[in-house]
Each structure stands twice: as C-alpha cells, then as structure tokens.
Design a binder for this molecule. Structure first.
Ligand SMILES: Nc1ncnc2c1ncn2[C@@H]1O[C@H](COP(=O)(O)OP(=O)(O)O)[C@@H](O)[C@H]1O
Ligand SMILES: [Mg+2]
Length: 182
C-alpha cells in the first residue's frame, strides 16, 4: 500500500469557527476550510449588510473572491448563479434586499481606465458594493471599506483576513463577529 496516498479533502462545512487570532478590534482572521465555508462567510456578510458598505476583495487568482461574492449575493436574496466574474463588463448590478454592485478590476490597467468606469457613481445608501481586485483602486479610494484578503493556503483551504477601514465597515465587522461566534 502506498504510504503517500493523499488524504481526502477536508470537509468542515461549519463556516466561522477558529476566529483567532484577533489582532485588533478592526481585524478578524478566519480559516475557511471548504468552498462551502467561504460561501457561508459571504452569506453571513450579505445578511448583515445595511446598505452603503463597500467590500474590497483582494487575493490572487483562484483565491475565492468570486465564491465569496456569490455568498454575499445569496445573503441578499440574489441567486448566486447569476453572479459570475464580470470580466468584460467590469461592473454587474443585481437587485435583492439591497442593490448589489459587483465590480472586477482584473483588467483595469491605469487610473484613467479606473476613472472611466466611474465606480463611485454607484455608491449609495441602499447599495452594497463588492470589488474584486480592489488593490487596483487608486489612492482616492473610499474612506470606508471592509477589506477581505483571501490567501490560498492549501487546495481547499483559504485564510480570510477581514479589516475594517471606517465606521460602516467597523460596524459590519462587529455584527459579523458578535452574531456568528459559537
Ligand atoms: N475554501 C475555499 N474557498 C473558496 N474557493 C475554494 C475553496 N477551496 C477550493 N476553492 C476553489 O477555488 C476557486 C476559487 O475561484 P474564484 O472564486 O473564481 O477565485 P477568484 O475570484 O479569487 O479568482 C474555485 O474553483 C473554488 O472551487
Ligand atoms: Mg473572480
């Protein structure tokens, strides 16, 4: 019998366990041990959006940014199947409990291009904005956003670091923490 038989993929579907370490009030690190856990984190966020929030997703290709966005959509009552990578259109708009704007900046190469899509025009009190490749946003980016960095640690495992920048995202992170801890 071969000794190096690969172990089966992890199947921990409980989303939000193992929240430590907590670095500070505004940072929360959580391990996502399956695709479902990432979807569930997105859904937990989607449920708790009040409108006006901006969620900035970072992490390499395949890190799970679109998977997380599908979860957010589902939490807002939008079918996750509608959500795809808006590769060519850059911005997709969905309507659910709130309007969801989903932007993917992968193909944005300059500040001029970024300005021309006018993402800021979509911001609004009854809108939640999710931005993939948010590190392509320029220095004039919003004052208030929840950054979620996804790191691809193993085939099925992602490490999510949520960092609140500003009062709205701070409040969202607080709701997530207090309401999802077991
Ligand atoms: N724990 C996990 N969370 C998210 N995606 C995962 C996970 N484990 C495996 N995957 C796979 O990783 C890929 C993530 O793709 P995607 O969300 O499109 O990435 P991105 O939008 O960051 O480029 C999918 O094929 C998904 O099935
Ligand atoms: Mg994507």
């Amino acid at each position: 019998m071969p000794l190096d038989k690969p172990s089966p993929p992890p199947n921990h579907d409980l989303p939000l366990h193992g929240q430590s370490p907590r670095n500070s009030e505004d940072t929360w690190v959580t391990t996502l041990r399956s695709l479902k856990a990432t979807e569930a984190l997105g859904q937990a966020i989607g449920y708790r959006l009040h409108g006006g929030e901006i969620i900035a997703l970072t992490g390499q290709l395949g890190a799970g940014k679109t998977v997380l966005t599908k979860g957010i959509a589902s939490g807002l009552g939008i079918s996750p199947d509608q959500v795809t990578s808006p590769t060519f259109t850059i911005i997709h708009e969905y309507s659910g409990q709130l309007r969801l704007i989903h932007a993917d900046l992968y193909r944005i190469n300059s500040h001029d291009e970024l300005r021309s899509i006018g993402l800021e025009d979509y911001y609004g009190a009854s809108t939640a904005v999710v931005i993939e490749w948010a590190d392509r946003m320029g220095p004039e980016f919003s004052q208030d956003y929840l950054q979620i960095h996804l790191a691809h640690t193993q085939r099925y495992i992602r490490l999510a670091t949520l960092t609140a920048h500003g009062p709205l995202s701070h409040a969202l992170l607080q709701r997530l923490r207090t309401e999802t801890q077991t």
